[in-house]
Design a protein around this ligand. Structure first.
Ligand code: SF4
Length: 238
């Protein structure tokens, strides 16, 4: 279902949020069965958006977008999977329009992934507050943490790419999710669903990535993974 359409909070470009229930989406082995939310440009498909640099409307200045034409992209989201499938279904007109608060009632008691693709901060916070009002929990991450207020830190983890960024974000009151090497003692733990941790737990049971709104207080670290791993490894080595 389409739960919101409007101008991006990042650059004003036309974007939308499509939520997909657990029966309609393939269960991710890392997260387990969660409601998925895709933040997409509403005027062009995800490949075209990345190639034109128009994905800035949904991802801001995240480093993992690459160079703005799709080269050196290190985002763990593979466009050909979720985003393309959702865009194709949207183009066929199969999604209904449902208010976030109503979708929030439909998804009561479930775990919701905020921004399966795209940065949740591209969307008004009221959309996520409505969607998560009755949820069992959620996971959410933002690269826009330097420009967001405390209400956002209750919902989202600050996505950080270096230890310095992690310290800065924690200093500003965020919990962080860092892609990089070795957790820092007393500040971070390794994600228990990671390959390096032996995939001990799934997000649906862990619930540690709910910003400051959940029970967890420590921040999270994970080794670079997915399709863009080599670009992250090259950046770390540089
Ligand atoms: S720390 Fe927990 S909630 Fe966060 S990504 Fe890892 S398993 Fe999922």
């Amino acid at each position: 279902m389409i739960i919101w359409e409007g101008p991006s909070e990042i650059d004003g470009g036309p974007i939308m949020v499509i939520a997909v229930g657990t029966l309609a989406s393939k269960a991710n082995t890392k997260t387990g069965a969660m409601v998925q939310t895709y933040i997409l440009r509403s005027d062009m498909g995800p490949f075209a958006a990345v190639q034109a640099g128009a994905d800035a409307s949904i991802c801001g200045d995240c480093k993992h977008r690459g160079d703005g034409t799709g080269k050196q992209r290190s985002c763990y989201v593979t466009l050909i999977h979720g985003p393309r499938v959702i865009w194709d279904a949207f183009s066929r007109g199969i999604y209904r329009r449902v208010k976030p608060s109503v979708a929030g009632m439909m998804f009561a008691g479930q775990m919701i992934r905020l921004g399966t693709y795209g940065d949740p901060a591209a969307v008004p916070i009221s959309v996520w507050e409505g969607l998560t009002a009755n949820a069992e929990g959620w996971t959410g991450y933002t690269h826009q943490w330097r420009s967001l207020n405390a209400a956002w830190s209750r919902l989202l983890m600050a996505s950080v790419d270096t230890k310095d960024e992690m310290l800065e974000a924690i200093g500003r009151g965020w919990r962080t999710f860092r892609v990089g090497t070795d957790p820092i003692e007393n500040l971070e733990i390794n994600c228990p669903a990671s390959e390096e941790a032996g995939r001990k737990v799934q997000c649906i049971d862990c619930k540690a990535c709910m910003g400051t709104g959940g029970k967890a207080r420590v921040s999270i670290q994970i080794a670079a993974h997915g399709a863009g791993r080599k670009w992250v490894d090259e950046r770390e080595a540089a």
